[in-house]
Design a protein around this ligand. Structure first.
Ligand code: ADP
Length: 498
């Protein structure tokens, strides 16, 4: 066995010639060059062989008894299994060889006998290369077709979801913030027509505060890929305010980076939630007042003397009832403020005595907690509702004291900043984790679920503070370092109009 025969053959060649000597010569020549050669003397046998195991290339003699080369070639081209196999015709120099007929029958080339080895090899090589390239191209084409089909199917699916989704969805370009697509639910929720939204800028459809939240969400999603459920107020075309949760994802549409904004209109849910909470609170108030009255009566001793254990239990009942009453009162207070049932009564006043009053009110609590209260204030004249500001400051001071270990300090400071007043409340307490810095200003939001129980709070203090400050056209926010302390900031206009 020669060395070349051990290797994988370069290609599988089917040689068809009715002259055995010719075949033997051809076969020897090609085998030596590393091809696998199948030799056949009859057209019909060749056709069977080619269909059973299609070769890479066929060398086909023109002049044969029974079936001539043209006929064999025509049959090969008529069958799917053999159609694409390149056929090279072989004709003797003296034969009547019709080149046009050969090409019409589907041949790719022809060689005349007696052949020159180099010529045969060169032609073979060329057509095998062409065939290989063709196969590669076909494979690439198939893959491309498949990718296109998959992409089209995915786009179809997306389009269906986009159209049918009950949530309002909008797509806008990242760079210019221009709306490119909105679904029907978006149009229904916003009250706009499609033509009034497409091509418009984000801040032409979203209010100023909503646009701010949108751009913050965009920034966040650029670093973390998506943003979920950012609450914002959406103003509809008719001016109605809706509470909406915005989820934002980055997508590519026709090569342009876009934001996919999925909205969730929670206006009704919020209304029902508020209604439920205030209803329950109203209903609770009367029985709670009568309970505390009864407990006070028991505590006064007018109904007889209780045992020490009885007194202890009574104190627990009084403490918890008082807490419940505080909670109910806070809920109702917040609800009345939100619904505008309580009007602010701003008057011009000196801030310093107000701050002093707040710290004096909290002094006893601070001493009990062994926390030092400090006050530093400029002489500031400010137009505020003094009772409400006092409520805000005592709330913040109380939190500062509650969340600071004995030996720590809570410092209240006020200074003028242009036409505004900047109040800070700095404590050396346990601090607030970064992901809670905003949420603690929402109703019932606490850093730790046990805070209200362990520290006696209601989870409403900061929500009330925020409401009071915002009603004064001010801002409240917090900075904090875990384990080191927190700074609550209040920024108020000196002469606020409600
Ligand atoms: P609460 O009645 O529970 O104090 P607030 O609305 O006043 O309700 O505060 C909400 C939550 O914010 C608190 O339960 C606590 O987890 C956190 N918090 C508020 N102030 C501070 C502070 N100064 N230091 C650490 N955590 C605080």
């Amino acid at each position: 066995m020669s060395k070349e025969q051990n290797h994988t053959p370069k290609a599988d060649i089917l040689a068809i010639d009715d002259t055995p000597e010719n075949l033997a010569l051809l076969s020897q020549m090609l085998t030596e060059k590393g091809y696998k050669v199948r030799s056949v003397t009859k057209g019909s046998t060749a056709l069977r062989g080619a269909k059973a195991a299609p070769p890479d290339l066929i060398l086909l003699d023109v002049k044969m008894p029974e079936m001539n080369g043209y006929e064999v070639c025509q049959e090969l081209k008529a069958d799917d299994r053999t159609r694409n196999i390149p056929v090279i015709f072989i004709s003797a120099l003296g034969d009547v060889f019709d080149k046009v007929k050969a090409f019409q029958a589907g041949g790719v080339d022809y060689i005349t006998k007696p052949f020159q080895v180099e010529e045969v090899l060169a032609r073979l090589d060329t057509h095998l290369t062409i065939r290989n390239l063709q196969l590669q191209l076909e494979a690439q084409n198939r893959q491309l077709q498949q990718e296109i089909a998959e992409k089209t199917a995915a786009e179809d699916k997306f389009a269906k979801v986009f159209r049918a989704c009950p949530n309002p969805i909008a797509i806008a370009t990242c760079q210019e913030g221009r709306f490119v697509e909105v679904n029907n639910s978006f149009l229904q929720m916003s009250g706009y027509l499609e033509a009034e939204v497409i091509g418009k800028n984000i801040n032409q459809i979203y209010s100023l505060s909503a646009s701010e939240i949108y751009y913050q969400a965009l920034q966040k999603s650029q670093s973390q890929g998506f943003v979920r459920n950012q609450e914002l107020e959406f103003q509809t075309k008719s001016g109605q305010i809706k509470t909406v949760l915005l989820s934002l994802e980055l997508i590519e549409l026709g090569g342009t980076k876009c934001t996919l904004q999925i909205l969730n209109d929670i206006t009704e849910r919020k209304r029902l939630e508020n209604e439920f909470i205030s209803l329950v609170s109203h209903e609770l108030r009367t029985p709670m007042s009568s309970t505390i009255g009864a407990l006070d009566l028991l505590n006064s001793g007018q109904l007889g003397t209780l045992s020490d254990r009885g007194k202890q239990i009574l104190q627990v009942a009084i403490r918890n009832t008082e807490r419940l009453i505080r909670l109910v009162n806070d809920i109702l207070d917040l609800e009345r403020m939100k619904s505008g049932k309580i009007a602010l009564q701003p008057v011009k006043c000196d801030l310093e005595p107000l701050l002093l009053q707040a710290t004096e009110t909290m002094q006893a609590m601070a001493e009990k907690a062994q926390v030092q209260l400090q006050l530093e204030a400029d002489a500031i004249e400010i137009k505020v509702d003094p009772d409400r500001l006092l409520q805000t400051l005592t709330n913040l001071l109380s939190n500062g004291i509650k969340f600071t270990e004995p030996g720590g300090t809570v410092k209240l400071k006020a200074e003028i900043d242009g036409d505004r007043c900047h109040i800070t409340l700095r404590d050396t307490g346990r601090g607030i984790p970064p992901d809670k810095l905003q949420s603690i200003f929402e109703r019932f939001q606490q850093v730790d679920a046990s805070d209200s129980r362990s520290k006696g709070g209601t989870g409403l203090g900061l929500a009330i503070c925020r409401h009071i400050v915002e009603r004064h056209n001010g801002k409240i926010w917090v900075e904090s370092v875990l384990g080191k302390g927190s700074i609550f900031h209040i920024d108020l206009p000196l002469m606020a109009e409600e």
